[in-house]
Design a protein around this ligand. Structure first.
Ligand code: URP
Ligand code: ZN
Ligand code: ZN
Length: 460
């Protein structure tokens, strides 16, 4: 099976040139001007951008959370990812406190085996660090190819670990060649504010936002960076939302520490004014919450300075009937919003088209940096000879409107309903196979493979 993509404008994190790409089997075998090869399939990409498949390193598929499950499973979620130009996702396995990491891994394997359409990997969320789980870290890295370990400094009572566990985990992960990632908000402070608001009868979605002020995130981000500095572990902050947290990463950089930072598309584009509309604000109830316009400016600045390396989604959709679980109490609204499908098009339209980021930066933060930071480069995240042929053919001029009526995510609302977007995913190759062509899915559940990742050392 071979494919020739002709005359496209190839954009990588560092290059921008017009050429042909020859794909044999699952990988790219040649790149050059007017390639002479004959292929089983030829795609004319003249006038189109040819990009490495997107990598979204922060998704929650079929995840048990807050008394329900995120509404996209491995089939609907990875299908929506492909429609949006994302060819690889990294999901989170959540350890149940009191049980082993392997117990959780087997549960997630049961949810994903044979169901995914795009490639995927797992982060292991350690919610109970003890002598038993400590012994499993090396096995996760060496046997399973799971090299990143997620921690929660919030969600007190279910997922949160304390600083004692954090430091112990960091030391072990450092020793074994992995990375520690974090949901960095101060869980005790949030718990206090949530209970205070509930006691005072402040129950609308707005109080979800008011219970997680910026300081809860900047404090925890700084504390996490300090513990990572002490232990020397490669460190990564997920879903960063605000200037205060970003400044903690900048402070860490001043002592020559590298802390990776990920933001999500919604934190760049949406703000907390959305919570000011009765229960409708529940659509955007997530943790951390949306912030202020000044935080959006800070995050765009952080991307351009190289302080924020990744734009992910934290895709965690819940249908409206699930959001209604918190109709009379904001603390019961399942936290999360959909985003896996529109991420690339939104980032292109709002980022590149509006002059906020360059085309190369777009590729870097939507694909290449995730591959590098999480131990998959250059197999993933690039257009190069030998790399997996995960390729997006993108029309930079096609305009369309985002809507729950047309998206493929299994959720009955869009956080961006009616948004006009310029730039559209036309064709997606997933390891050499045409997976999406003109809004139609060409691969079946089970085509997506689990990707074992390499050890990481925090140097990219
Ligand atoms: O609200 C969110 N972000 N839900 C998913 C879980 C998490 O904290 O990432
Ligand atoms: Zn989180
Ligand atoms: Zn998340």
């Amino acid at each position: 099976m071979s494919t020739l993509i002709k005359n496209g404008r190839i954009i990588t994190a560092g290059e921008d040139f017009v050429a042909d790409i020859f794909v044999e089997g699952e990988a790219i075998s040649a790149i050059g001007k007017s390639l002479p090869m004959h292929a089983d399939t030829t795609i004319d990409a003249k006038g189109k951008l040819v990009l490495p498949g997107g990598i979204d390193p922060h998704v929650h598929l079929d995840m048990p959370f807050m008394g329900t499950f995120s509404s996209d499973d491995y089939t609907s979620g990875t299908s929506a990812a492909l429609f949006g130009g994302t060819t690889m996702v990294i999901d989170f396995v959540l350890q149940t406190q009191g049980k082993s990491l392997y117990n959780a891994l087997e549960t997630w394997q049961g949810r994903s085996n044979g169901k995914a359409l795009c490639d995927y990997s797992f982060h292991m969320a350690v919610t109970d660090f003890n002598e038993n789980t400590k012994a499993e870290i090396a096995k996760m890295i060496n046997n399973e190819g799971i090299t990143s370990f997620k921690t929660f400094m919030a969600y007190k009572g279910s997922l949160m670990i304390d600083d004692r566990q954090m430091v112990g985990l960091m030391q072990e992960v450092k020793k074994q060649g992995g990375m520690v990632t974090v949901h960095a908000t101060n869980g005790d402070m949030i718990d206090f504010l949530v209970q205070k608001n509930r006691a005072e009868g402040n129950l609308a979605p707005l109080f979800h936002y008011l219970s997680q002020p910026e300081i809860t995130e900047s404090e925890a981000s700084g504390r996490f960076a300090d513990m990572a500095y002490y232990t020397g572990v490669p460190a990564y902050i997920v879903h960063m939302t605000c200037e205060g947290a970003l400044n903690q990463v900048r402070s860490a950089a001043r002592r020559n520490q590298k802390v990776f930072a990920e933001t999500c598309i919604q934190y760049l584009l949406l703000d907390a004014s959305l919570y000011e509309q009765n229960f409708d604000g529940a659509k955007w109830v997530m943790s951390p919450p949306l912030r202020q316009k000044k935080d959006q400016e800070a995050l765009w600045g952080g991307i351009n300075q190289g302080t924020v390396q990744i734009v992910a989604t934290d895709h965690c959709p819940f249908k409206w009937e699930q959001k209604l679980m918190g109709k009379s109490d904001f603390s019961k609204i399942p936290n999360g919003m959909p985003g896996i499908e529109p991420r690339m098009e939104l980032l292109f339209s709002e980022g590149v088209n509006k002059g906020r980021i360059s085309l190369n930066k777009f590729v870097e933060v939507s694909s290449t940096n995730a591959a590098k930071i999480f131990g998959m480069f250059p197999k993933k995240g690039s257009i190069a000879v030998g790399s997996d042929a995960d390729i997006v053919i993108f029309d930079p001029n096609e305009e369309h409107t985002l809507s729950a009526k047309t998206h493929h995510m299994n959720v009955d609302y869009s956080g961006y309903e009616g948004w006009k977007v310029k730039g559209k995913v036309k064709t997606v190759l997933m390891r050499g196979q045409v997976a999406v062509d003109d809004n139609s899915m060409k691969v079946k559940p089970g085509y997506g493979k689990f990707v074992k990742r390499n050890k990481v050392n925090g140097i990219v």
